[in-house]
Write a protein that binds this ligand. Sequence first.
Ligand SMILES: [Zn+2]
Length: 262
Amino acid sequence: MIISSLKNDNISKKVSDKNYNNYFTAFTGNNDNTFQAFSTIYSKGIKNYAVQQIIKTPTLTGNTLNDAMNELEKIHFSQNDIKYMQSLGVDVKFNNGKEIADFIKKNKIKVEFDKMGSKAAHAQWVKANNKITINHKYKNTTNPLLIVAISEAICHEGGHAKDGDDISSIKEEFDCLALNTLANRYHQRAYPNLFKENSEADILKNGVNLYTELFFAPDQNKERLVNRIINKYGDLPLTSPNHDQITDSAVLYRLIRKKRSN
Ligand SMILES: [Zn+2]
């Protein structure tokens, strides 16, 4: 019944082509984010099946952490989003969620719910414990929106873990915030219905959803993003020793100027 499998970059062109009027598409949730086209000449049952696939929600088992790790593996960053982040001066440290999940497994990094050093923190990486901690207030949640948010927070902490040290910086936070934003953008595309819900949860409202709004704000200067990073991380050094790359970017230079005038 599957007549063709198309990369998502090609799909909008294909479905808008008049020759393909008899086809409709379904997001199948493959890890590589391919779409599959079905023909309407097949039975209504198949058609309904495909329609159900479009209204997709995360597959949940009831184990919050396992579910978040499963969602992490599925995250696919859009190439356009990656290029956009690079234009702001971000060093994109991973290409997709699977790379982050593999990095966590390879380095035997523990991911657990626990109390946070700071109540306001959603998640944290501590090298001494080789552990990513998620705020215990989300333990046992079965809310799919929170579960995908947890997977996005794990992307952020994976970014901190990658350089192998505990020393953060404004540039490192900027790069890690971009990772949760790339993941959040993927989830907003993959699960549009889920994101129609308004959530008051802190991890969304003051975390992952907020940063998507700030990184993708229409103003070129990203005024709110720069102000937010300085307010939140202004006491950190501008760069971490040895590894932070400052690339030629207006947004990054604004961040540097703001830090120096702080
Ligand atoms: Zn951070």
